[in-house]
Design a protein around this ligand. Structure first.
Ligand SMILES: *[C@@H]1O[C@H](CO)[C@@H](O)[C@H](O)[C@H]1NC(C)=O
Ligand SMILES: *[C@@H]1O[C@H](CO)[C@@H](O)[C@H](O)[C@H]1NC(C)=O
Length: 622
């Protein structure tokens, strides 16, 4: 026991020593008081390392300081206090005092009492610190993962001002703003995950592995598509020279005390040693290096989750053999990875672990990494719960606006702002199409793509389909109506834009096309005998008496036209027959005459010569 504490003491000192030279950066967001006038302004607060800060977003609320339980170490229901906001009211930000219990317990109690965020007022005058989760493995630690409200530490001075204003009966409205908590310079987000292969360190290790499993899918999509550049990192310590040959350093360190990790069970006599952890960490770092060289850095996520599932310490499978099986199943080159690990007993530097130790020291805006696990996004340390939704939200807020990938806009990231009043965006209720899209930045109004047809418009007041199939979608945003079996549309299915009322209608073609009353407007059915009756989209024209309406000529003509024609035809035939008969008779008479004539002539010819003899038609008489 003494031995163990002694060694941990050294490690701890070491960490302290490192930190005193480095810099621990407190990640901040801004807190803006919008009322009262006397407090108006922007104040700094530090983001708690638990709960879900709304990276990329804002939260507006009104501050309440509880009458009792002001340190929030007990549940508020014991005091009959509730901070649930009333319908239509602003969410409640609960101001509580620092001290007496863990920050996390304060947040948990505030959340259970209905607060939307918790502001902890510092109890001493000092620069802001990061409120962290308790290191101890306590029985109640399971609530840590259930904290979903954001938390912020404010200075003692600012806390005092709020309390004073509240006691004067003033209403204090605050806008918590995380939009600038992470830099978002371009369309690629660089992030690092400082982790550990140790799976026996209690709730912290469990939640770390759960996070990796849960986040793997998103991480791989982002990496494959080139949206992110991810690097895993591992913290190691080194053994002070004086202790290199001690039993402790020998069991905790590799490469002659150069790279050490604490004993997983914190007991040197049983189970795995610290050096087993260092070697597995090194294997993971090497695997990433080899996978990255082969152009597939995202395989690291597969390896780490598979290793955690297949090779846990609990089942005594935390071994090279087990690790190699996983590596083999992922099709990676074991030889290259072994080369990268090198001889861990040798008194030499390992280039990979050397780089890891160098990377631990803060650079630029990042600060030293001292909390395990730690996520660093765009060179800033992420604060909050390690949870898929919360981390994705933070990564997404690291993209330059409008360059964020689709995964940032999918279901997991929804803010559900579209549910209320459709987020104020354009929608077509009958076609069930909306321009409202929930994103991690809040809702955006953007004309959607429906069945492959892109709608265009401002997304707020109008969206309309364009292109060849535009009338298929929401009728191209044009007017359309059906009555009975009649349907009229103002959309013309060609490549043109816009809407035009069909013939027989007038209007803008978008919202309305009104039937034209052709009768009243005197555009049709205007002949003297016409009787006009307007119908929807057209008109009916009747004619008085036996007349028929001919639309092309807008005129009435007699219905008997056809029979008159036939009667006159018959008359023509009768007359024709009569004429033929008469003619026949005339011919007959003529022929008789001619016959008689020729007979007489023949008789006479016997008596005297005739000069036109040849004329006698021999064939005339049948
Ligand atoms: C991963 O590979 C790319 C290209 O091969 C290289 O530019 C990058 O530095 C590598 N990253 C790490 C962390 O080794
Ligand atoms: C509208 O569409 C959404 C998904 O696109 C669906 O969940 C919802 O039930 C639809 N509503 C109606 C009224 O059809």
């Amino acid at each position: 026991m003494r031995e163990k504490l002694g060694f941990l003491g050294i490690l701890w000192l070491f960490l302290m020593f490192n930190s005193s030279f480095g810099r621990f950066v407190v990640e901040k967001n801004s807190l803006k008081v919008t009322s009262p006038e006397s407090l108006k302004g922007v104040y700094e607060c530090s983001i708690g390392n638990f709960g879900v800060p709304q990276y990329g977003g804002t939260l507006i609320g009104t501050v309440v300081y509880p009458k009792a339980n002001q340190k929030a170490c007990k549940t508020f229901s014991d005091f009959d206090l509730s901070f649930k906001s009333k319908p239509g009211g602003l969410p409640t930000f609960l101001l509580v005092d620092r001290g007496d219990c863990f920050f996390t317990l304060k947040a948990w109690n505030a959340q259970n009492a209905g607060a939307a965020a918790v502001l902890v007022a510092d109890d001493r005058i000092e620069p802001l610190i990061t409120m962290d989760t308790p290191e101890e493995e306590s029985a109640s630690a399971d609530y840590l993962q259930k904290i979903t409200i954001p938390s912020a530490l404010v200075t003692k001075d600012f806390g005092g001002k709020i309390k004073k204003a509240l006691s004067n009966g003033e209403m204090i409205n605050i806008n918590l703003d995380w939009r600038e908590s992470l830099p978002h310079p371009d369309e690629c987000v660089e992030y690092e995950f400082w982790t550990n292969s140790n799976d026996e360190c209690g709730p912290k290790c469990d939640s770390q592995i759960d996070f990796v499993k849960e986040f793997k899918g998103a991480a791989q999509i982002l990496e494959r598509k080139g949206y992110t550049q991810f690097i895993p990192h591992y913290i190691t310590w080194y053994c002070p020279d004086a202790f290199i040959l001690s039993k402790q350093c020998k069991s905790q360190c590799i490469n002659h005390g150069r790279y050490c990790a604490p004993d997983p069970e914190q007991d040197f006599s049983t189970g795995y040693d610290g050096k087993d952890v260092v070697v597995q960490n090194l294997r993971q770092a090497c695997l990433f290096k080899v996978a990255n060289e082969s152009g597939k850095p995202w395989v690291w996520w597969d390896y780490v989750t598979d290793f955690a599932i297949r090779c846990p310490m609990k089942e005594k499978k935390y071994t090279k053999e087990c690790a190699d099986q996983v590596i083999k199943s992922l099709g990676l080159d074991i030889k290259k990875i072994d080369e990268c690990i090198g001889d861990t007993e040798a008194d030499v530097e390992n280039p990979v672990l050397k780089d890891e130790q160098d990377a631990q020291i803060g650079k630029g805006s990042r600060g030293d990494v001292t909390i395990l696990p730690t996520l660093v996004i765009n060179n800033r340390q992420y604060r909050g719960k390690l949870d898929k939704g919360a981390v994705l939200k933070a990564i997404c807020s690291g993209f330059q606006e409008t360059t964020e990938p689709a995964i940032c806009l999918n279901g997991d990231m929804e803010t559900n702002e579209c549910l209320e009043n459709n987020g104020g965006c354009w929608q077509d209720k009958t076609a069930n199409i909306t321009a409202c899209k929930d994103t991690f930045r809040g809702r955006v109004c953007e004309c959607p793509v429906v069945q492959g047809v892109k709608l265009v418009g401002d997304g707020y007041s109008h969206c309309e389909a364009s292109g060849a199939l535009r009338c298929e979608i929401n009728n191209g945003g044009c007017w359309k109506d059906t009555r009975g079996s009649q349907t009229y549309s103002a959309c013309i299915d060609d490549h043109s834009k816009g809407c035009k009322c069909p013939p027989g209608f007038k209007g803008d073609g978008v919202k309305t096309c009104e039937d034209v009353d052709e009768c009243k407007e005197k555009t049709a059915c205007q002949c003297a005998d016409c009787k006009c009756k307007n119908t929807w989209g057209s008109f009916e024209c009747g004619c008085s008496g036996n007349l028929l309406y001919i639309q092309e000529h807008d005129t009435c003509i007699s219905k008997d036209v056809k029979s008159e024609v036939s009667w006159s035809f018959i008359w023509v035939i009768i007359l024709g027959l009569a004429a033929t008969g008469a003619a026949g008779y005339a011919v007959y008479k003529y022929r008789i005459q001619r016959y008689m004539d020729s007979e007489i002539r023949a008789i006479m010819a016997q008596y005297m010569p005739l000069d036109n003899q040849g004329e006698v038609p021999n064939n005339v008489i049948p």
